[in-house]
Design a protein around this ligand. Structure first.
Ligand SMILES: Nc1ncnc2c1ncn2[C@@H]1O[C@H](COP(=O)(O)OP(=O)(O)OP(=O)(O)O)[C@@H](O)[C@H]1O
Length: 237
């Protein structure tokens, strides 16, 4: 995983409707190469729809899309093939004589170097999700799409996954779009936090300063994002 650098992504005037209802309604966005962007939005706001369009899984949208070749996706569920070993799940679909070795290195990077021959069903939820990340990264994606990849994990595993994803991103520098419901997760990981509502990007929040950020800054950002999302939260907003 030498790490091809991430590519820029530009979307202009994106429209996608279902049965006459516009879920994305003239959406514009731009990610710089190697940027880590989090996308927040209320349930049903169209986050997964946007991600599916960027992944090329939904080709019904209209508008201008400039998305690189080499897109990897990791979903909330790891979606491993249960009849293939962990190693096979990572290297299947790769080319080259050294693909097993490449997969082995990727598994070592997510702390599963010794589980190559294990069956997916014998893994914990967090381990399976780490295999899913290794499978996404081993393709050296120019754009990595993460659709709530930590949503199903317990709080402790989620925190350790945040550390892992942050480290892998700094190492490989793909452009990343992380879809999440979790404001703290977005603030912990992303360079930039976008809010999707009414079919467009309605808010953009740049986490201030270098990590670790102080509590006051984080609380203020959190409050602004909650207001943007239209969520009432007496404590933070
Ligand atoms: N294939 C489809 N057919 C009809 N409606 C759809 C389809 N896909 C999505 N929608 C609708 O589009 C809207 C946005 O869905 P989407 O899954 O993108 O939301 P989301 O922001 O990812 O939500 P959540 O946070 O709950 O996962 C929803 O109202 C959903 O019902």
């Amino acid at each position: 995983m030498a790490g091809r650098h991430g590519s820029a992504v530009t979307v202009r005037g994106l429209v996608r409707g279902f049965g006459g209802r516009r879920v994305l309604d003239g959406l514009d966005l731009r990610f710089g190469p190697g940027e880590f962007v989090a996308l927040l939005g209320r349930s049903g706001s169209g986050k997964s729809t946007l991600l599916r369009i960027l992944a090329g899984l939904d080709r019904e949208a209209t508008g201008e899309l400039d998305v690189p070749d080499g897109v990897s996706v990791a979903f909330q569920e790891p979606r491993l093939l249960p009849w293939r070993t962990v190693g096979e799940n990572v290297w299947l679909g790769l080319r080259g004589a050294d693909r097993r070795e490449t997969a082995r290195r990727a598994l070592a990077e997510v702390g599963l170097g010794d589980r190559e021959d294990a069956w997916p069903l014998t893994l914990s939820g967090g381990e399976a999700q780490r295999v899913s990340l290794a499978r996404a990264l081993v393709r050296e994606p120019a754009l990595l799409l993460l659709d709530e990849p930590f949503g199903a994990l317990d709080a402790l595993t989620r925190v350790s996954m945040h550390g892992l994803v942050g480290r892998l991103w700094r190492q490989h520098r793909p452009t990343v779009l992380l879809v999440t419901h979790d404001i703290d997760e977005a603030l912990a990981l992303a360079d930039r936090v976008l809010v999707l509502s009414d079919g467009r990007i309605t808010g953009e929040h740049v986490p201030a300063g270098e990590r670790p950020r102080d509590h006051g800054q984080l609380a203020a950002l959190r409050g602004r994002i909650l207001r943007d999302l239209g969520v009432v939260d007496d404590g933070a907003a």
